[in-house]
Design a binder for this molecule. Sequence first.
Ligand SMILES: [Zn+2]
Length: 258
Amino acid sequence: MNKKMIACALGLIVAASVAGCGQEEQTAQVVQNTTQEQQAVAANATVASSTAANVLQNTTQTETQTQVTTQAGNVTSKGYKIEEIDGITYVDGVLIVNKTYSLPAGYGPGKILDEVQAAFNQMQQAAAREGLNIYISSGFRSYNTQNALYNRYVSQDGQAKADTYSARPGHSEHQSGWCFDLNTIDDSFSLTPESAWLEKHAQEYGFIIRYPKGKEAITGYQYESWHLRYLGVDLATKIYQSGLTMEEYYGITSQYAD
Ligand SMILES: [Zn+2]
C-alpha cells in the first residue's frame, strides 16, 4: 500500500469508527501529549473496519443543487456575491464553512475531492524533491464523525475551550472535502521544515494555511499549521499575497450565532 492509499484508508477508517461505535473510551487512553484532533486520528487509525465504505456511501449526497435561498444581489462587506444554495454558502462561487456558515448534516463527498487530492499529490512530489515528507493525516470527516469528536472535546475541556480548536458539527471544513490536515496534527508541526516549506509554497499548488498565526479572533480558531484548504492556484495565490485570512479577503465573519 502506498502512502496515498494509506492516507485515504485512514480517512475512511476514522470516519467509520468514530461515527459508528464507541471507540472514544479507547481513544482517550491511547495517545498522550498531542492535540485533541490528533488523538482521535491516531487511535482510530488502529481500528480496521470493513464497513467504512458503506458508512460513507450512506452519508454522501448527490450534488444536485437547485434551491437558492439567498436573493441575488447580496454581497459581503468587501462586495463579493454571497448566496446560499441547498443550505451551502458560496462567496464569489467559493464554498465557505466556518463558525458563521455551516453545511447541512447530510452533505459530504465522502472523501477528499479528486481535484484536491491531485493537487496534494503534486505538492507532495515537489516537497519530496526538497527532501521533505508531507502526508495527509485527516481528510474528509462526516457530520457524524465531527459530532462525536466535538462532543468528546466538550466533555474533556468544556465548550468554550473546545470551540477554539474543534468545529461544531456542520461547521467543520473537513465535511466539505476541500481540506485536510497534514503530518502530526500538533503545534510541533509548525517547527518542522515541512511546515516552513508549506508556508512558502502551498499556494503554488492551490492551498492556503486556513487558520494562520495571530488571526484567531478572525478565523475563530487557533493557529493550525497543518490545516490546508484548497482554492486553486489563482485564488490561493491572491489570498497568500494579500496576507489576509479567507474571512478578511472576502469580508465575512466566523462566529457562532449563540
Ligand atoms: Zn483540520
